[in-house]
Design a protein around this ligand. Structure first.
Ligand code: ASP
Length: 613
């Protein structure tokens, strides 16, 4: 291969095949850099020694496909290229074959990627030739293989489930496939193998996994693809801990495949409630210190004097090492934060100003002390004076606003202050990233802060439809206590689910749950989601039937493979690790899909296209 030869190969006759990466013509000497997926080798064509080969090399252009036979020689003194693994040698060609020519490509794989991603996607075959992309897909293949090997070693069976099926609810819209044989009827592409993997547990397979393609017709955001790949697994008789240990095991194997050894300790765990109270979000970024509840420090008298609402929480956090600010910078910063908080009823407390006043100095000192606790884990090397202290307080009118919200029928979210301050924490962490450097990738285990978040709420309020939806999916088991206490009907917002997420550096890698394994409970959940028994039977009859034939307790999880590889590759978009991805508008620019189809095809499928007005 073009990346293999070293000085120890000197004197050997070799044949290399690949693409012309670059060509330099010095008259009697022509240099071709020959490239394949393993690397690049310099080939020399000497007009005197090999006139025929030299003549052909004159015709060669970038991206021509050639075969070269020649002798490996150590490059002359001072001519070695330390930036190339093959930089000590070159191949002196005796023969050259032009296997195929190439049009001048729209961009050169030898150079950095063009800025215009649409050009890259249209000419994906050329884009994929770039070293970076070849590296990404070699990595993806190694990672997938490491995960497979790990799971098979743990007794999991890889079992394929259908692509053409009926709709499985994961909260998105289905992609539909019209049936020719059954005119007017449709298959759905699976949003995940959820129901099938549960049925495999009913069938006694005990440990299933699949590196599965999932299809979801969602409004696309930057970081989504209509089809994506999950590492999907399910186990019978599991404890939640067994599922976490398995997930950690395959993640360790995946990271190992990328040369990163994760620490041996189990991932941290916290409940959804803790995550919201400490980080204001269900996918905490643990690379930064959590929020601190300062409510106690703000006594009723202090609140009164400082015009702070008497009952709602006061939250603070620190951005370590954000740098010192001048008076003007601080002023600008305060108004920036106020702009972020908008009319939410929250305000930023100017702790710096408090420390200059005799009356409030003690408060300012205590606030600083409280926020400094535990900070050493995040910012051992930075001086305290460079930490940025942020304290957010509710204004007196905050409560009035909430009352108004309630009157207007808007659902009251008891966590809103935590969420708002959590969002500010992330925003400021991004803003000061260059200063605190806590997001920097060093490609060591220290970059990766994993977390298992447990006890998610079972239901989610849908403001648009004014309904309670399943927060995960309707096969998730609620906490036993919340079933027996009758909360399923009396207080949906308070029902906890045996659902969990795996979070890495503030991104959700995947989620799963312990499932319902009893038909009566499953029916109860369908009902609580506003589904009549008839409708449940119509949509999930087969599944409810299956639950009646000896279903073991079971549970599982699914993690996004694309996202894991993206993180390991240090890439910023899923499209860098999916060979043939779609654009944000769900278009494949290379094959040009979707497209209209012929009348004939439509007729066979009993379909007619009507233009929507
Ligand atoms: N099917 C779920 C999903 O795709 C994962 C799971 O519950 O196992 O999110």
């Amino acid at each position: 291969m073009c990346g293999d030869l070293r000085s120890t190969d000197a004197g050997q006759t070799v044949t290399l095949m690949g693409w012309v990466n670059r060509r330099r013509d010095h008259g009697n000497l022509i240099f071709l850099d020959l490239r394949d997926r393993s690397g690049i080798t310099q080939v020399v064509l000497d007009k005197e020694a090999a006139p025929l080969a030299h003549a052909k090399a004159e015709a060669a252009r970038p991206e021509y496909v050639v075969a070269v036979t020649g002798r490996v020689r150590v490059r002359g003194a001072g001519l070695a290229n330390p930036n190339m693994p093959t930089g000590e040698i070159e191949v002196v060609a005796s023969d050259l074959l032009l296997l195929n020519d190439a049009k001048t490509p729209p961009f050169s794989p030898a150079e950095d990627a063009p800025v215009n991603e649409e050009v890259r996607l249209k000419y994906r075959y050329i884009d994929l030739r770039r070293t970076e992309m070849q590296h990404n897909f070699a990595l993806r293949s190694r990672v997938a293989m490491a995960i497979r090997n790990y799971l098979v070693g743990q007794g999991f069976l890889e079992i394929e489930t259908p692509f053409m099926t009926r709709s499985t609810p994961e909260g998105a819209r289905d992609y539909l496939v019209p049936s020719r044989v059954h005119g007017g009827q449709f298959y759905a592409l699976p949003q995940s193998p959820q129901i099938f993997k549960q049925i495999l547990m009913v069938s006694g397979f005990d440990r299933y996994f699949q590196i599965a393609r999932c299809f979801r017709d969602e409004d696309l955001r930057a970081d989504r693809q209509p089809e994506f790949t999950q590492i999907d697994l399910e186990m019978s008789f599991p404890q939640m801990a067994t599922i976490f240990a398995t997930t950690e095991g395959f993640l360790r194997a995946a990271f190992n495949a990328a040369g990163i050894t994760l620490a041996a300790e189990p991932f941290l765990q916290m409940t959804y409630d803790q995550a919201i109270h400490l980080f204001g979000i269900d996918k905490p970024d643990m690379r930064l210190p959590p929020m601190v509840n300062l409510s106690e420090l703000l006594t009723p008298e202090l609140r009164d004097k400082l015009k702070i609402e008497p009952t709602l929480p006061v939250l603070g956090f620190t951005i370590p090492g954000a740098g010192e600010m001048s008076g003007t910078q601080r002023k600008a910063f305060l108004s920036e934060v106020r702009a972020f908080l908008g009319d939410s009823g929250l305000d930023i407390l100017d702790v710096n100003r408090l420390s200059t006043s005799q009356e409030f100095n003690t408060l300012a000192v205590t606030i600083h002390e409280r926020l400094a606790e535990g900070l050493a884990d995040f910012a051992s090397e930075t001086a305290t004076s460079t930490h940025l202290t942020v304290v957010i307080t509710p204004k007196p009118e905050a409560r009035a606003k909430l009352v108004a919200d309630r009157l207007l029928g808007r659902n009251y979210d008891p966590h809103w202050i935590y969420k708002r301050v959590g969002a500010l924490r992330l925003e400021l962490a991004k803003k000061f990233a260059d200063k605190h450097k806590l997001f920097e990738q060093t490609n060591t285990a220290a970059d990766f802060k994993f977390l298992c978040v447990t006890d998610f709420p079972m239901y989610e309020w849908n403001e648009e439809h004014k309904t309670w939806d399943a927060a995960h999916h309707p096969f998730t088991s609620p906490h036993e206590d919340d079933i027996t206490s009758g909360k399923l009907t009396s207080d949906k917002g308070a029902v906890r689910a045996l659902a969990y997420d795996i979070v890495l550096n503030g991104t959700e890698l995947g989620s799963g749950s312990i499932r319902i394994h009893r038909k009566d409970v499953q029916q109860q959940i369908f009902r609580s989601l506003g589904m009549s028994d008839e409708e449940a039977k119509e949509r999930f009859g087969f599944f409810l039937d299956a639950l009646e034939y000896g279903t073991p307790p079971h549970g599982g999880i699914a993690l996004g493979l694309d996202r894991i590889v993206m993180i390991l590759a240090g890439a910023t978009s899923l499209r860098e690790v999916i060979a043939f991805p779609k654009t944000a508008k769900a278009i494949d620019l290379m094959v040009d899909a979707p497209t209209p189809v012929s009348e004939q095809q439509l007729r066979e499928l009993s379909l007619k296209v009507v233009t929507r007005s």
